[in-house]
Write a protein that binds this ligand. Sequence first.
Ligand SMILES: O=C(O)C1=C[C@@H](OP(=O)(O)O)[C@@H](O)[C@H](O)C1
Ligand SMILES: C=C(OP(=O)(O)O)C(=O)O
Length: 431
Amino acid sequence: MDTVSLQTKVKSLRGTIEVPGDKSISHRAVMFGALAEGTTTISHFLPGEDCLSTISCFRQLGVPIERVGDSVKVTGRGFNGLSEPSELLDVGNSGTTIRLMLGILAGQPFHAVLAGDSSIAQRPMTRVVDPLRVMGAEIDGRKKGERTPLSIRGGSLSSINYEMPVASAQVKSAILLAGLQAEGVTTVKEASKTRDHTERMIARFGGEISVNGNEVSVRGKQRFTGTTIKVPGDISSAAFFMVAAAIIPESEVTLVNVGLNPTRTGILDVMLAMGADVTVVPDSSEENAEPAGTIIVRSSQLKGTEIGGGLIPRLIDELPVISLLAAHAEGTTVIKDAQELKVKETNRIDTVAGELSKLGADITPTDDGMIINGGSRLTGGSVSSHGDHRIGMMLAVAGLASAGEVTLENPEAIAVSYPQFFEHLSSLVQG
Ligand SMILES: O=C(O)C1=C[C@@H](OP(=O)(O)O)[C@@H](O)[C@H](O)C1
Ligand SMILES: C=C(OP(=O)(O)O)C(=O)O
């Protein structure tokens, strides 16, 4: 495990960045490409470790996948063309890979074993295991299937009408992927709308899907046709530069080709509510698989805000860096209804509060979020990503604005979603 000295006391950030492809869309493009008939070509695919885990799992299921940089060609096998893997499927650090794969494997007439790293081994799987068992999949694992490693034997599935107890796009997607292989119509109802990339992907591959408010239904036994997918940049990656530009004086950063799917743009709402200087210019071209555009952020005076309710799923992965933004705002920011942060790569309530406190921020963890009293300049210190990519990138941005030296332990974790992060960050630094 490495430790690096971060760039600190930066004067300003200026320039233009195109962030890598959206992680959620990249995973799904490979998965749907594999389940479709014919070839799927994906451009601006995210070559982060999580999405590479998805590619290697599908290769083990007999799907030919060629990758050159951020271009990927998937030779689809159709829902009936996957084969039993001879080895364990390693999902690495990726919750999206394991939960969506379980939905796919639930309908496959063979046995597979899935596991990942030590962080995946702590993450709750019951949320997908329970509904998939009701549909007919046989699943077992550590703690009776609550934790990895998990083994699954899929087969004939019946449809389900499922009201989701947690706001999770991974759970919704796993059930829809199983429902696509079941007899009859499967319906998933969510209390708060989560990211809808799976729903959009079904339509893109020529499938039928009905969306009625927060209720989504699919008919089973559909067939998909290969297509081309141009993945927009990941707003969850852009978020680090958006916050950096907002908190470092005299900055102006332009982020081109960023995904602007409304189920993902909660950070824009929060930044505007905090008084940030943000301009969004949507792209008019229909080329991308999803809406995209340019985001320009300039530094400005920020004020505290309250973040909760239906906004949480629209910015769940951005909350660590939003906490840093709040630490630079005048007044208090309250984040609530964000219990889901506790079951990500780390307990992100504890890691954010713990690491930013080491740099002098005033953050109190609560049961469902954090209370942040902003306004004081961060000092120096030694911090760690705890193996969580989003914590690592948030701390690198915190370092830029800190008054003292900052060292970051385990920066390698950042490659999970953004291998070129430090290169892109350095290109913006002025003085
Ligand atoms: O469906 C997806 O691609 C994702 C859904 C979210 O997880 P949950 O569904 O667990 O909220 C998010 O945190 C994760 O980074 C990606
Ligand atoms: C939670 C995340 O991803 P996953 O659930 O796919 O591990 C994330 O990228 O912040």
